[in-house]
Design a protein around this ligand. Sequence first.
Ligand code: AR6
Length: 176
Amino acid sequence: MPAIIEIIQADITTLAVDAIVNAANNTLLGGGGVDGAIHRVAGPELVQECAGLRGCETGDAKITGGYLLPARYVIHTVGPVWHGGDTGEPELLASAYRRCFQVAHLRGLKSIAFPAVSAGVYGYPMREAATIALQAAQEAAAQFPELERIIFVQFSEGAQQVYRETAAGLGLMCGS
Ligand code: AR6
């Protein structure tokens, strides 16, 4: 059975899933937004493991333990900074999501939760970002049979609404 795609409003650091995705920066050494929240809850061992990864290219993803988080793993990805959309942003964001799914697949993970990568400090418009995220989920659900749950987590009700409308536009059946 293909994975169920869920859209929920929550703090991603509270989710007991196989992996939560971190919207990180190229250093992987922490920052603000969801990155800061994940590091705060995971504790200092997370940044120690991240330091050994020697950063991450934009559009790539790397996995670590979850430490004090309820999630078993953190998949750190780096989305593009929005510069208007003509400098490869859609391809880089799609690549970030694809790489997260590949990394999860290599560990045989069954549940993965994503924040809206790039759609905060990095300025990616939420609707465009949601389209790319949901299309990547659709592809991964078809490609990786072990995936049971793909969860899109938004902090705000407004962002959740954008995801729901975007999913409906793509003809996706989503749970909550
Ligand atoms: N749970 C779920 N979503 C959250 C949470 C949370 N706890 N906290 C924030 N969001 P951002 P980016 C939402 O800025 O745009 C960091 O400094 C937030 O409302 O965290 O990829 C990194 O180190 C927004 O919708 O990530 C980088 O330097 C979404 O998560 C830079 O920010 C992403 O916002 C990355 O920027």
